[in-house]
Design a protein around this ligand. Structure first.
Ligand SMILES: [Zn+2]
Length: 269
């Protein structure tokens, strides 16, 4: 009994030391009230979350801040957290941006280059139709001190693309965004969170400083700038879950969800 307890305490200490510097990266999609869509967070809930971060001393940082910290040891503010928005919906501009600016907070948006300023018809999941940010919105987003990354040209499953298509999706999307916005595009977001070694290698060759996945597909033990695990923020989660997801114990959430997914996968087999 005593030995079991000792092993558990030792494991907890190792776990705490190993992951104490990991920074939570949150993944949002739409900021809108869409009943039944867990990827659309109602504006009042988003506002509540930003106020929670402010009240509890969290500081939003950019992905470049993370890069500079990892590569050049540039210090970070206390309790850093990264906010990211996938797909570049118009409500990110009209709703999230003013709330972020009011609180002097930072976030990164990942538009899909060929779907900028259009309806979200790349989604075949019976989702509510909506607009995406146009080029002018993206320019204003950047001018407000926010970050922009690439979410590819067409939002394909990169693991199903041949190398020619992979190169186009990663390199051309970066080039077009840089040309149109006059901003450096340093980070890539893998559509659906899926990637493989080829995607990682090509991302490096294209000059990305890092790439973002979803916690379920990213390695947990090693910190890899080209497979950064993100935590989805669902409209269905209670407030305590958000508090856990941004805390230094967020890694515990990722670990438990990975175990849960692994168990489900085993049951299906
Ligand atoms: Zn996406």
């Amino acid at each position: 009994m005593f030995i079991a307890l000792l092993i558990m305490v030792t494991l907890m200490i190792v776990f705490f030391i190993k992951f104490q510097h990991r920074i939570p990266i949150l993944m949002y999609h739409r900021i809108a009230t869409v009943p039944g869509d867990r990827n659309s967070l109602p504006p009042e809930k988003f506002k509540e979350q930003l106020d929670y971060l402010k009240k509890h001393g969290y500081h939003t940082i950019t992905l470049n801040d993370l890069y500079n910290h990892v590569t050049l040891q540039v210090p970070l503010p206390p309790k850093p957290v990264i906010l990211t928005f996938d797909d570049g919906y118009e409500d990110n501009f009209s709703c999230a941006l003013p709330l972020l600016k009011e609180r002097d907070m930072k976030a990164t948006v990942f538009p899909i280059v060929h779907w900028v300023g259009m309806e979200n018809k790349w989604e075949n999941f019976n989702k509510q139709l909506t607009q995406t940010m146009n080029w002018d919105h993206l320019k204003q987003w950047h001018a407000a001190g926010m970050e922009i990354g690439s979410h590819t040209l067409e939002h394909p499953f990169l693991t199903q693309c041949d190398e020619v298509r992979l190169e186009q999706e990663l390199r051309h999307s970066k080039m077009i965004l840089q040309e149109k916005l006059g901003a450096a595009i340093d980070f890539l977001c893998y559509p659906y969170g899926f990637f493989d070694n080829r995607a990682t290698e090509i991302a490096k060759q294209c000059g990305y400083r890092g790439a973002l996945a979803i916690f379920a597909n990213a390695p947990l033990w090693n910190h890899d700038m080209y497979a950064l695990p993100r935590i989805p923020i669902s409209s269905r989660q209670p407030s305590w879950e958000f508090a856990l997801k941004v805390s230094r114990f967020h890694i515990l959430f990722i670990m438990l969800r990975k175990i849960e997914r692994g168990a489900k996968w085993l049951r299906w087999k």
